[in-house]
Unconditional design. Structure first.
Length: 87
C-alpha cells in the first residue's frame, strides 16, 4: 500500500479495495466478500421536497430542501465476513 493515503493506489492491496478506519483496534482487520455477504435493501426510494417555510423567503431568496431515502444493509451470509487479528 502507498503510505500516502490520498494517492489513488493507496486504496488497493493486491487488487482488492481497502477501506481505512479508526473504528477497529490496531492489528485487526475485517475481510468481507460484500457481493455474497450483504445486500442493500430499499424500503422507500428517494423522496425530494422543497418549501418556503418563512414569510420572507421570496424576499431573501431562500428555500428549504429535503431529500431522504429509507435503506438498510442486510447480512445474508455471515460466514462471508471475518475479523483477522495479529501483529
Amino acid at each position: 500500500m502507498n503510505p500516502d493515503p490520498t494517492a489513488e493506489e493507496a486504496a488497493r492491496l493486491s487488487g482488492i479495495q481497502v477501506v481505512l478506519t479508526t473504528q477497529m483496534t490496531a492489528g485487526s482487520c475485517l475481510i468481507a466478500d460484500s457481493h455474497r455477504a450483504m445486500r442493500l435493501f430499499v424500503r422507500e426510494g428517494i423522496r425530494c421536497a422543497w418549501a418556503h417555510p418563512n414569510a420572507d423567503d421570496f424576499v431573501t431568496n431562500q428555500a428549504a430542501f429535503l431529500a431522504e431515502e429509507r435503506i438498510t444493509l442486510g447480512v445474508l451470509r455471515p460466514t462471508a465476513i471475518a475479523v483477522v487479528t495479529g501483529s
